[in-house]
Design a protein around this ligand. Structure first.
Ligand SMILES: *Cc1c(COP(=O)(O)O)cnc(C)c1O
Length: 430
């Protein structure tokens, strides 16, 4: 496999772009080698600028749940494009997408659209503080909530990949109200709540995909919901990754919990920049123009992005691919574990719905500390061997792989063949 054109573009990109990328994980830092440049994508496949074709398990880190350029979505976008790109005034798509989103999440009466997951979280935290009058936020190590100052501590994949605990440029004052708890450890939350009477909210990924896939235990998530309710502390479910992906009603539907504030992103824009936060009326009425919490956006509710979102969610509801996702992920898990056994490689596979990933480690992974015990060098070998065999994976041990409803049996065969070869490569290096 040749990567000449990607190498050329990478060198060109270095002049005027930082590391030739616009988001750090795309730089392939933790797997070595040059990043790939993509030319185009269709269905389950993605093609780089050298003409190499891959089965795409990155899917733009989640948004492309129907695969690339779904016919119905493409038609809706084309239609919207003919009407104008942005108005600075309301249009009907916003109302339609808002209804679809609020209907999917029982705990959500109203929603506000923004332009990214990061923006959704920034706003949700401001809202929790406005509603409760308190400042402190409990977050879990390994959970990623976008790049706002207060959330850039113990923040999972991007930072873990680069082995940095937080970010330069974040002043101590910006994180002094952030308390860190351990995922799947309810005592670590209780301790903070006993020691601090001024906690506005607990924020978590109800299923994490940013330390690799890590599920909450049933006891942990139920107890978390119970104690936050008892203490009047808001529970913010950051479903930017899991919303409409785990189920139509997100991870909350699968886990049987209801957040006070829900953050959305990724899938709801169908590949366009859309984020959202929503809650019950009594909470949302704090938001301007109804209330005193200010939050705004020039391109919020952009008509093209709304059209993509409406078409994506409508098609997703029609296809209802969630059982199929579980079945495919189960097959993938077996393929990975069988290959690991055959080649004598220590491997653990975590999955939840259409999110899955292997950890190159012996012990089970239920929090960030355990995820970090994985052998990232083995992952790097595995990653490049998968690329060579036509499977495009996120270039980090700590990112989830994503499934799309466009995956075919043939794609799975290609996956099985690639995994066998890649695991063999990993074994050779032991
Ligand atoms: C991706 C992600 C974000 C950030 O969203 P952006 O659109 O990249 O700003 C926040 N929270 C979670 C759980 C995410 O997966």
């Amino acid at each position: 496999m040749k990567f000449k054109q990607s190498e050329k573009l990478y060198k060109r990109g270095l002049t005027n772009l930082v590391g030739a990328v616009n988001s750090p994980v795309r730089a392939f830092a933790s797997v070595g080698g040059n990043p790939l440049f993509i030319d185009k994508a269709k269905g389950s496949q993605i093609k780089d600028v050298d003409g190499n074709k891959y089965v795409d398990l990155v899917l733009s880190y989640g948004p492309m749940i129907l695969g690339h350029r779904n016919k119905r979505v493409e038609k809706a976008i084309s239609k919207a494009l003919k009407k104008g790109y942005s108005f600075g005034a309301s249009s009907v798509g916003e109302i339609k997408l808002a209804k679809i989103v609020c209907d999917a999440f029982p705990g959500m009466d109203k929603v506000r659209f923004v332009s990214s997951g990061t923006e959704a979280v920034i706003s949700a935290i401001r809202l929790a503080r406005a509603h409760t009058g308190f400042s402190k936020i409990i977050k879990f190590s390994g959970c990623y909530h976008g790049h706002m100052d207060a959330m850039l501590v113990a923040a999972g994949s991007g930072l873990a990949t680069l082995s940095i605990p937080g970010s330069a440029g974040v002043p101590d004052e910006a994180v002094k109200n952030t308390l860190i708890a351990e995922y799947n450890n309810i005592e670590s939350v209780k301790k903070h709540l006993e020691e601090n009477s001024d906690v506005a909210a607990v924020i978590l990924e109800p299923v994490s995909g940013n330390m690799g896939v890590v599920k909450p235990s049933d006891a942990f998530i139920k107890e978390l919901r119970k104690i936050t309710k008892e203490k009047g502390v808001l529970l913010i479910c950051d479903e930017v990754m899991t919303g409409f992906r785990s189920k139509f009603g997100g991870a909350q539907e699968v886990l049987g919990i209801e957040a006070d504030i829900t953050c959305l992103g990724k899938v709801i824009g169908g590949g366009f920049p859309v984020g959202a936060y929503g809650a019950r009326n009594e909470i949302m009425q704090n938001v301007s123009p109804l209330g005193a919490m200010y939050q705004a956006g020039t391109l919020s509710g952009n008509p093209i992005a709304m059209a993509a979102g409406i078409a994506t969610l409508t098609e997703l509801k029609r296809q209802n691919p969630y059982d199929q996702f579980n079945a495919i992920a189960e097959k993938m898990e077996n393929i990975l574990l069988n290959a690991a056994k055959k080649h004598n490689v220590d491997l653990v596979v975590n999955r939840f719905g259409s999110m899955i990933n292997p950890f190159f480690t012996k012990e089970s992974v239920s929090n960030f500390e355990e995820a970090q015990k994985s052998d990232t060098e083995k992952f790097a070998k595995f990653f490049w061997a998968m690329i060579e065999n036509g499977i495009f994976l996120p270039p980090s041990q700590f990112e989830a792989w994503f499934l799309s409803s466009a995956l075919s049996d043939k794609d799975l065969e290609r996956f099985e063949n690639a995994v066998d070869k890649a695991m063999g490569k990993v074994a050779l290096s032991l």
